[in-house]
Write a protein that binds this ligand. Structure first.
Ligand code: SAM
Length: 361
């Protein structure tokens, strides 16, 4: 089993970190605090441009001058120097006494070959296709509708299916994030009792690959949309997982594979409003045996005013797909409408919780 610290210890550390963060923020006058929050997108683009240009990779052999970096990444020397100076001022790069820029712990995670590389995630977050619906947040708040529909002229999933380049960026980010939080899930949930495990909307197959490694006697089925299944075949083929895994394409509004003893969904239900989510869950209810288990991996919004990633991710769901993050009570109501009941909600040290769901007797 993966070694991760106990949930209570991490919760206590996060509590202290949030208090210190608020304290640091409040040390500046209120207008400056607002300026720092409102200008957050600038730092976001600094990280994105540095990553997209491949600066962390160019520094993996050691510190370099801005001029040498500009040559390596084919950039304008003056502009590259200004980017590096800004990035170094927020800790992304180190600046030595010879005026050379080098990697820090943060930028090391942006190298392509880093163990838990955040490069795919940054490439998604900074992509114009990702942030342009954020530029229309006001529209989403006024109408309650996804601004992505307005910006793209079609629903998000259709846009992804029609844009192979951004679909690949999106799927690579999902795969990287899944790899990042997998140890936190594996530490609290045992996948070995199951024989057949279906991952519904499983992206490129990263989660199923990791589950099958943790449950060596199980076989798996990845269920996804056609355009994603093609990417999954490449990913799972390269990882050598395919002998124990089959791929099925379709829409979870119509059908899912029949008769498995475990169905898993990571960050899928939050993409949908309540009625659509109930439709997806109902499709699974029609296919799952009465003794089967459904594991929903989602963030659970705290009922109180405590800080939680789910509270901002909730807006991400609104603008992209018209979905939402939910409280535990909302999850319980939702699954009940589809003929299930929540048997356990297990917190992890990441932003995910394991919501174990069983068919209602
Ligand atoms: C937010 S992503 C999560 C992917 C993956 N579970 C993960 O956690 O990395 C949601 C996934 O749902 C899939 N999806 C969307 N609509 C679908 C549909 N109608 N049928 C099957 N899959 C669908 C998308 O292709 C996408 O991969």
């Amino acid at each position: 089993m993966a070694q991760v610290p106990p949930v209570r210890i991490v919760q206590a550390a996060n509590f202290v970190r949030n208090k210190l963060h608020n304290l640091t923020r409040r040390m500046a006058p209120a207008p400056v605090q607002v300026l720092e929050i409102a200008g957050g997108f600038i730092n976001s683009q600094v990280v994105y441009a540095s990553t997209k240009l491949g600066i962390p990779d160019a520094l993996s052999s050691g510190p370099k001058s801005a001029a040498d970096i500009a040559t390596a990444v084919n950039g304008n020397p003056d502009a590259v120097h200004r980017l590096l100076r800004a990035a170094a001022s927020i800790g992304l790069f180190a600046l030595d006494s010879h005026g050379r820029f080098g990697l820090t712990a943060m930028s090391r995670t942006l190298c392509s070959d880093a163990d838990d590389s955040m490069r795919p995630v940054v490439l998604m977050l900074g992509d114009p296709s990702y942030w342009s619906p954020w530029g229309e947040l006001t529209y989403a708040i006024q109408t309650g509708k996804p601004s992505a529909d307005k910006v793209f002229g079609k629903p998000m999933w259709e846009y992804l299916g029609d844009n192979e380049e951004f679909e690949t960026v999106f799927n690579n980010a999902m795969t990287a994030l899944t790899k990042l939080d997998w140890p936190t899930v594996a530490a609290v949930y045992d996948f070995t009792p199951f024989d057949t495990i279906v991952d519904i909307g499983g992206g490129q197959g990263q989660l199923l690959k990791l589950i099958l490694e943790a449950a060596p006697n199980a076989s798996g089925i990845l269920f996804e949309q056609k355009s994603v299944i093609e990417q999954a075949a490449d990913f799972l083929g390269e990882c050598g997982t395919l002998p124990r895994c089959t791929l099925e394409c379709g829409s979870f509004f119509d059908t899912v594979p029949l008769g498995a003893d475990l169905y898993v969904m990571r960050r899928v239900i939050h993409d949908w409003d309540d009625d659509d989510a109930v439709d997806i869950l109902s499709t699974i209810r029609r296919s799952i045996p009465d003794h089967g288990t459904l594991v929903v991996l989602e963030s659970v919004v705290p009922e109180d005013n405590s800080p939680h990633f789910a509270k901002t991710l909730d807006l991400d769901m609104l603008i992209f797909a018209g979905g939402r993050e939910r409280t535990e009570a909302q999850f319980r109501t939702l699954v009940k409408r589809a003929g299930f009941e929540v048997s356990r909600v297990i917190p992890t040290i990441s932003t995910l919780s394991v919501i174990e769901v069983k068919p209602r007797k």
